[in-house]
Write a protein that binds this ligand. Structure first.
Ligand SMILES: Nc1ncnc2c1ncn2[C@@H]1O[C@H](COP(=O)(O)OP(=O)(O)OP(=O)(O)O)[C@@H](O)[C@H]1O
Ligand SMILES: [Mg+2]
Length: 221
């Protein structure tokens, strides 16, 4: 089924510096279908993280429109964006962003608890999917990098998002853990039919994608 879950239409992003303005993204249009795996590649500073932030509703474009799961989020308030992120989006960062005072289980539960939901079975399912059931009571500082990222992936998927964004999710991992985390992301994409948008420097990974987007100097090639 080729339902579009994400569409960017002529997106432009500028940042105001002290005496000048930089145009970081220029005229970006793209679409992602449900369950599709899209890789984003490009040099450092080309605008990949900025693009991901806009697509995921973490920041707003200067001009242009972003449609997420059938809703134009461009003019959403902060509150509306937060709700949209809760219901439709998962995000995985290079540096994990776990909450240090919460256990693995509590970190995974966190998106449900802020949405005032309680679903221990779903948390168990994700713990098992990322093979961390035996570490559910551990705290982030007790985990390896790979285990931290697997926790972050489980947290990103617990609320059944339509689309998962990951910004260099294996950038802080050694090769073995990187391979395991990538395999896990691909397995979960299949199992939950979640669209996957990943920023990566790994050409091998990009080869596995349904589509690879190359950004050069803020523009799609
Ligand atoms: N809030 C901001 N204010 C000013 N400039 C910014 C801001 N965020 C990003 N930039 C600039 O936008 C450009 C693109 O940054 P971005 O983080 O998107 O690059 P990237 O492709 O993700 O790079 P990397 O591979 O190093 O992570 C850079 O020149 C950066 O300095
Ligand atoms: Mg980046």
């Amino acid at each position: 089924m080729n339902q579009i879950v994400l569409e960017a239409n002529q997106v432009h992003k500028s940042f105001q510096l002290e005496n000048s303005q930089i145009d970081v993204l220029k005229n970006i249009s793209l679409s992602v279908n449900s369950g599709e795996f899209v890789a984003i590649m490009g040099k450092s500073g080309s605008g990949k993280s900025t693009l991901l932030s806009l697509l995921a509703g973490l920041d707003q474009p200067t001009t242009g429109h972003i449609n997420l799961n059938g809703e134009d989020i461009t003019d959403f308030s902060e509150e509306e964006l937060a709700l949209k992120r809760q219901s439709d989006i998962g995000f995985v960062f290079q540096s994990f962003h776990l909450i240090p005072t919460l256990s693995v289980r509590e970190n995974i539960e966190f998106p449900l608890s802020i949405a005032r939901q309680n679903n221990p079975d779903r948390v168990d399912e994700l713990l098992a999917a990322v093979e961390l059931t035996h570490r559910s009571n551990s705290f982030p500082h007790q985990l390896s990098g790979g285990e931290k990222q697997r926790t972050a992936i489980a947290r990103a998927l617990v609320a059944k998002p339509k689309i998962l964004f990951a910004d260099e999710p294996t950038g802080n991992l050694d090769e073995k853990n990187a391979d395991q985390v990538m395999q896990l992301l691909l397995n979960l994409q299949q199992a939950f039919n979640t669209a996957l948008v990943i920023v990566t420097h790994d050409p091998g990974l990009a080869e596995l994608a349904n589509c690879t987007i190359h950004i050069v100097d803020g523009q799609l090639q």
